[in-house]
Design a binder for this molecule. Structure first.
Ligand code: NCD
Length: 350
């Protein structure tokens, strides 16, 4: 475990260790209050955030470490035209871990090429958000002991929802999980994930009707429609409000359903659901801080490395305009199995 770009960077054994550590931190927080003393975490937020940024900052402070960073890139040298490469070389010299959120898919991968300390992807465009998945799995495991045999519904914007993408990759590890992917057709999950689910022989159903699926679910993971990722605002207007979970609809659901949401919510969970004992999204958010403490504890203790940094073959390869290679054009060509290594977009034109 070094850079955490996708959930795949955390092996099953590492996940088990992180979860054990999370529980121990929850049980005995005082024992960890100085565990990261003298360490520095950089929080580089090129895109808005509340939970992720604050929970990482709170996590580091509860471990006795320090935090540097920004939540508005317009106040940094990026606004003067500094490359991400230079920012990463410099910031990784100042810190022991970098938590980074960026509007471009593949940004965290690109940053990791130049960083001498671990880079944690706190959301790269509509691509991945692995520490939200750490949060999600930790919350479910705390509440139900694990995911084996569960029926998991993921509802909303499966096209642009990066938390959804990371969660799907993680669920491949658990035995006998059935996925109900509930979205309008226009917001169905990306092809690379469908291929991933097929290759991993995951059991999944793509459907459009929430009410029809509700009764069979053990977990319902609601998500907001990601307005900021739409090229056409009219398309967003057509799709917003497509799913709204209400207390009335919940009468169709199992008595021990877990209702989760990465938050922020817009209107997809009516506040009349909040008082229902099945609503666990605020518990989920709190669990995330402890899971991030466990992750920081492991990663900030790693020795510094000097990455290669001087790549010869540079220039854009990807055709996804949301890919980081469109913004940082010195990045090296990197492809794997016909896909862009930064954003996972197919390079074959399919
Ligand atoms: C999510 C994100 O940023 O992707 N928020 C979060 O980190 N908890 C979900 C969202 O913004 O919809």
């Amino acid at each position: 475990m070094r850079h955490i770009i996708s959930f795949e960077d955390i092996s099953p054994d590492e996940w088990a260790r992180l979860y054990g550590l999370t529980l121990d931190i929850i049980a005995r927080p005082g024992d960890y209050a100085r565990s990261c003393a003298g360490r520095v975490m950089a929080a580089l937020f090129y895109e808005p955030s509340t939970r992720t940024n604050f929970s990482f900052q709170a996590a580091m402070q509860r471990l006795g470490g320090g935090v540097i960073g920004f939540s508005d890139p317009s106040v940094t040298s990026a606004s003067k035209g500094e490359t991400m490469r230079d920012t990463m070389i410099m910031v990784s010299g100042y810190s022991d871990s970098i938590v980074m959120r960026h509007p471009c898919a593949g940004a965290a991968k690109a940053a990791s090429l130049y960083s001498s300390c671990p880079v944690i992807n706190a959301g790269d465009g509509g691509h991945f958000h692995p520490t939200q998945t750490l949060t999600d799995l930790a919350a479910i495991t705390r509440l139900r002991g694990g995911l084996r045999g569960m029926s998991v519904g993921i509802c909303g914007d499966l096209k642009y929802g990066r938390t959804v993408h990371s969660l799907i990759t993680a669920l491949a590890r658990f035995e006998d999980v059935t996925l109900h992917l509930i979205s309008p057709r226009q917001l169905a999950c990306p092809k690379y994930l469908r291929v991933f689910m097929q290759q991993r022989k995951m059991r999944f159903y793509e459907v459009t009707n929430l009410e029809a699926a509700l009764g069979s679910l053990d977990v319902l993971y609601m998500t907001r429609i990601q307005r900021e990722r739409f090229d056409d605002p009219k398309e967003y207007d057509r799709l917003k409000g497509v799913y709204v979970l209400t207390a009335r609809k919940l009468s169709l659901a199992k008595g021990d359903l877990l209702i989760l949401h990465p938050l922020p919510r817009v209107d997809e969970i009516n506040p009349d659901v909040d008082g229902d004992p099945r609503a666990k999204y605020f518990f989920q958010a709190e669990t995330g801080m402890y899971a991030r403490m466990a992750l920081l504890l492991e990663l900030t203790a790693l020795p510094k490395l000097t990455p290669e940094r001087d790549y010869t073959e540079t220039g854009r390869l990807c055709r996804n305009p949301g890919c980081i290679t469109f913004r940082e054009d010195y990045l090296p060509f990197l492809e794997e199995n016909g896909r862009c290594v930064y954003c996972d977009y197919s390079l074959k034109g399919d």
